[in-house]
Design a protein around this ligand. Structure first.
Ligand SMILES: N[C@@H](CCC(=O)N[C@@H](CS)C(=O)NCC(=O)O)C(=O)O
Length: 214
């Protein structure tokens, strides 16, 4: 039976699972829930994820929510190709980078809320500037975590670390569409730019691009 994958456009947690499914070249039936139509809060979906959040995944008699649990399930149920390549030490680094994506996610989430979910006439410019600085700190961390020679992926071969970090980087660049003087893209370092371009050149990348960003 095919996997059913529940996502929401632009959700970094759903996007990372989507990239993981594509990495493993698994067949799946995508259900893109509409946040604006509150489909993630409909009773039928709450029966799958009582927290009413995306992602969720149903695979036969396995029904799961929480992206970390889903990724772990996919890796154990469908080991090849692995999302966590390398030695014990290298795999531990991938797990650490996946966990560190949460710091970047928190920083982008804060500024996203202040710019996108707050009417422009109520923008708190001091708060936005503080949030911008916090985001730039995390983006500087990303630059420093990428290979010095600008080659390959963040942990060498393509891995779950790339799938977790790319979506939050992409989201970090969204607020400046509404407030161009944030100029976040202009601050990205050369390693981040090269890595971003490599992810975006992956054959499955376009398929996973948030539909409402097109
Ligand atoms: N810890 C969860 C986080 C999932 C999450 O926060 N999803 C957000 C989208 S990024 C969501 O569905 N929000 C809708 C809501 O809370 O109403 C995971 O890793 O899956």
């Amino acid at each position: 039976m095919a996997i059913t994958f529940y996502a929401g456009s632009g959700s970094p947690y759903a996007w990372r699972v989507w990239l993981a499914l594509e990495h493993k070249q698994l067949p799946y039936d995508l259900k893109m829930l509409s946040f604006s139509n509150r489909e993630h809060r409909a009773p039928a979906y709450l029966a799958i994820n009582p927290r009413g959040k995306v992602p969720a995944l149903v695979d036969g008699d396995v029904s799961l929510y929480e992206s970390a649990a889903i990724v772990r399930y996919l890796e154990e149920a469908y080991p090849e190709p692995t999302l966590f390549p390398g030695s014990v030490r290298e795999r531990a680094k991938i797990h650490r980078l996946v966990a560190e994506a949460d710091y970047l996610e928190r920083a982008q989430h804060d500024i996203f809320g202040s710019v996108f979910f707050t009417p422009q006439d109520r923008w708190n410019l001091d708060l936005i500037e503080t949030q911008r600085k916090a985001l730039l700190t995390e983006l500087a961390w990303l630059e420093s975590a990428l290979p010095e020679d600008g080659s390959g992926f963040i942990a060498g071969p393509l891995s779950m670390a790339d799938h977790a970090l790319y979506p939050v980087l992409a989201l970090s660049l969204r607020p400046e569409r509404k407030k161009p003087d944030l100029a976040i893209a202009a601050t990205l370092g050369p390693r981040t730019r090269a890595w971003k371009a490599r992810i975006e050149a992956l054959p499955h990348f376009d398929k996973t691009y948030p539909p409402h960003w097109r």
